[in-house]
Write a protein that binds this ligand. Sequence first.
Ligand SMILES: [Zn+2]
Length: 479
Amino acid sequence: MRKIFISILLIFTACTRLVSFPGGTPQASPVASTTFSVDIHPDGPRYVGDQISFEVFSPTLFETSQKTISISFAGKPLAEKSFEQHAIGQRKQATFPWVWNTSGLSAGDYTLNFALLPDGIRWEEKVTLRPASELPAAEKNAHWETTETTCCIIHTISGTDAANDITPLKEMVDAQAADVESRMGTHLTDKIPITFLPRTIGHGGFTSDAIYVTYMHKNYAGGTTLQVTHHEMVHWVDGKLGSAGFRPTILQEGLAVYLSNGHFKVEPIVPRGAAILELGWYIPLSKLADSFYFSQHETSYTEAAALISYMVKTYGWENFNSFYRDIHPAQDGSDAKALDNALQIHFSISLDTLEQNYLAFLRNQTGDNTAQTDMRLTVAFYDTVRRYQMKLDPSAYFLNAWLPDAPSMRQRGIVTDFLRHPDTGINRQIEALLVSGDANLRSGNYPLTEVYIRAANLLLDVYERIDSQTWRGKKSPVP
Ligand SMILES: [Zn+2]
């Protein structure tokens, strides 16, 4: 279980990341609290038969070393866990996957007891279980299905859009894998495990020891399946090709975008890199290298991809690839320093010199108003997606996403963590606006794109004013 949470740290992808920015938009942060708090999974109503998970968050600055959280039910302990840093956001939490099996219980209200050990702080959480007979139709008899193609082993959940569209999806993954093999000059010997998720998580894709891609006819994080699949496959093959010891995130993600001809869609990478500079959003390379996932997401990925474009154009693919696969960790642990060392060895230049040359290259590009408008609205759209996730779909927010281990889910026959998500009226309204905004952005109708983005943010403003307190669950006593 924990393995996947950690490995996901490595490559979240086309991925997934951040809310904020070089220049000043609000930075995402772990839960800021003065009390312990608890998230309960799966999201939404719970039903008899659910296998329920808990995430317990410590108060800000609370010292958690040598401390554990214990959960018990009906006088019997369910599990005891220590605090660990979780996922990309490094949120400190105790994680309890599927510790409460509600099979055999009656519908009704239940109390679970939480305790911080050894201090003895204790509190309760209430969970309501609905009758299993009231399960949504899509969940009754839902089960995992697996099929193989030339390139891949595909996992889906029955009745979902992916399961219903499995024939074209099989053709799609084979075509994307063949393209990635061709562009990376290799041939896959192992089949790629791909799980198509019926739920938006992060920006729609990630790679760990397998590939996970959201596939929904209405994905509020954008209609990105083909592009994200290609991006994740680049990560997969990139990892298989290996390196001398260290592949900086800025180059891993830049390469995935560069070799996919775009981030969330096929798009002109260098003009978009120049647009970032013109918009005043350029992130200095040393800062970007050392805090990639904590810099503005779309700017980071595009700037990194344009850097790869520049380096390949300047030094040639073979020389770039030799450099990329011969980077060693720096003594101070800095990605920027590791890059600087390898640049000196392979190209006799410093990171500062590379940056000056790269900036001159970007300034020489002809101004592209469409690229600038598209880049600006892409950032605005995904900022809105992440704002929505943080407020109303927190399990999907990439820094702290709830990403249970899919092989374990298949082994245990669990589908609910990927099938349920918050589905209140305001969820449906904002998601519909985001789906429309994405469709207009893709078709180049920028004025209408802006209208939908503004409408979604207006609803989020209203939500924040009316109710900003209750979403994350009940608070425990202050220790
Ligand atoms: Zn990626």
